[in-house]
Design a protein around this ligand. Structure first.
Ligand code: NAD
Ligand code: UFG
Length: 363
């Protein structure tokens, strides 16, 4: 029995593959690499010393996806695959609706046909829009602010309808707050295309000298120093939350949403200071206009995940900064160039196997 990981080559997916493999799960990854590199999965194999199957399949390709279910004994799915850039979704809404929503409908149809009804879905704190109270709990009103956010909200609703139509489904909607950090090995991490949209990859690229200075979007919010406040969560903690959610969906039927955050908010300038302190590198910044659509403050009430999944985030802001930096420093060009660190480790052997890829560690 295996767990299918859609979008497993991506930032959160690759870290979750490690946690699942370390917990003894067999996994099968499907990704079309539209926003990732196969190299991340190669490194997952190196870190864990475990083999797993990888399919280069677009989730919109129903035939290709069905073949994955034919060739493997899938028991559950963790569904990460999706496009996630807010600005891009405003410019290309139809692409986002098609890629994120149509693919989820295709996936669920195939799951239904194969009687696989345990699903963990990557939702987002973006479904809360601009919340007016804090911390944010799961019962708060939902109001997405852009096409990307609406894809998450619509998928949540589709999955609720699916459960209503058939109570044998078991679905966890995981609402992530702000994942940062990287695996402690420094081998995998976030590898954004072009200039990063998100704060931490921007900071690390300034620190490594690829960008000159950080633009801080507004300093007039009602926060400790006027800059936006977010709930930053270490991606390894977030990944561990998926293992807990998988255990939950394997034991109960239903559909339920869970916040995955730390419950603590840090302002932009507090994060910059924490990074400078942890790393010992100064981050030059300038204050610019607020980014349209940004919430002033957003941090989670994660007590439901603690109560019902037995999960809490354990890593602090210092470790988030150190691990983000280790990844960036060792891989200044992300997965595009092999890092010196990786060169010291045995190189993985790629075995091509009738359309599937299987990575083996060479001993
Ligand atoms: P990511 O872009 O690194 O990973 C997504 C993966 O899905 C990529 O490997 C991409 O190639 C793949 N993919 C996209 N469309 C596909 C398709 N049609 N078929 C096959 N593969 C496809 O993003 P991430 O940060 O790892 O996020 C994972 C999930 O979590 C996404 O659904 C995202 O919306 C959600 N999320 C992310 C954040 C965040 O801040 N990173 C916050 C909240 C929610
Ligand atoms: N910020 C800056 N300068 C930058 C980038 C960000 O000042 O160059 C500020 C933002 O204004 C915000 C904070 O840093 O106050 C965090 O911004 P991010 O872009 O890192 O994160 P967001 O909270 O805006 O959004 C992220 C994802 C969304 C997801 C949301 C909740 O991009 O897709 O977290 O999970 F929905």
């Amino acid at each position: 029995m295996a767990v299918l990981i859609t979008g497993g080559a991506g930032y959160i997916g690759s870290h979750t593959c490690i946690e699942l493999l370390n917990a003894g799960y067999e996994i099968v990854v499907v990704d079309n690499y539209i926003n990732s590199k196969q190299e991340s999965l190669k490194r997952v194999g190196i870190i864990t010393g475990k083999d797993f199957k990888i399919y280069n399949v677009d989730l919109l390709d129903a035939v290709g996806l069905e073949n994955v279910f034919v060739e493997n004994n899938i028991e559950a799915v963790i569904h990460f695959a999706g496009l996630k850039a807010v600005g891009e979704s405003v410019i290309l809404p139809l692409w986002y609706y098609h890629n994120n929503i149509t693919s989820t409908v295709i996936l669920c149809n195939i799951m239904k046909r194969f009687d696989v009804k345990n699903l963990v879905f990557s939702s987002s704190a973006t479904v809360y829009g601009i919340p007016d109270r804090f911390p944010v709990s799961e019962g708060f009103p939902l109001r997405a602010m852009n096409p990307y956010g609406r894809t998450k909200l619509m998928i949540e609703e589709i999955l609720r309808d699916l459960y209503e139509s058939d109570h044998s489904w078991s679905i966890a909607l995981l609402r992530y707050f702000n994942p940062i950090g990287a695996h402690g090995s420094g081998l995998i991490g976030e590898d954004p295309n072009g200039i990063p949209n998100n704060l931490m990859p921007f900071i690390t690229q300034v620190a490594v000298g690829k960008l000159n200075e950080l633009s801080v979007y507004g300093n007039n919010y009602p926060t400790i120093d006027g800059t936006g406040v977010r709930d930053y969560i270490h991606v390894v903690d977030l990944a561990a939350g998926h293992v807990r959610a998988l255990e939950k969906v394997s034991k109960f039927t239903g559909v339920d949403a869970f916040n995955l955050g730390t419950g603590k908010g840090y302002s932009v300038l507090e994060l910059v200071s924490a990074f400078e302190k942890a790393i010992g590198i100064n981050i030059p910044f300038k204050i610019v206009n607020p980014r349209p659509g940004d919430a002033p403050i957003c941090f989670a009430d994660p007590s439901k995940a603690k109560r019902e999944l037995g999960w809490v985030a354990e890593k602090d802001i210092e470790e988030m900064c150190e691990d983000s930096w280790r990844w960036q420093a060792n891989n200044p060009n992300g997965y595009n160039n092999h890092s010196e660190l990786l060169a010291e480790i045995e190189s993985p052997r790629l075995l091509k196997n009738s359309g599937d890829f299987l990575f083996n560690r060479v001993h």
